[in-house]
Design a protein. Sequence first.
Length: 162
Amino acid sequence: MDKTKIIQSKILQSAELQKKLYLWRFKQQRIVFTNGCFDLLHRGHVHLLSHAAALGDVLIVGLNSDASVRQLKGSNRPLQDEETRAWVLASLFYVHAVVLFQEETPVELIKLIQPDVLVKGSDYKNRKIAGAEYVQQQGGRVEFVDLLPGYSTTALTQRISG
């Protein structure tokens, strides 16, 4: 199979995602979910995503749409469009699916997926996490991955601009 087709096949709409979810659940695979903007993929992102993938059998990444990123980060972001960001994430071998969401938070997507594990960076430990209560009510758990100091898109863009 053409490698670009493999990457494209991991970028899913809700209907496609539901079909995959049925299959993964039928196989009794543990589903892990995380989300973010992933504007400039860097070592900190790879660290978080690889640790998230290790917590289950299937890793689904919720990706903020361009409009959602602008709401969260300001008019100068994202630096890369949603299609590019989705392709880069989907190219990682341990990412099974990438799903765009338009809202400020992925709560509705989390309700659709019903992950066994919801993963966030440790910077969210003392914050209200969108969908966490729902995941826990469904018998799932929330896990935190320690961040790598000095790795963030904001820090990277500041270094680039000097």
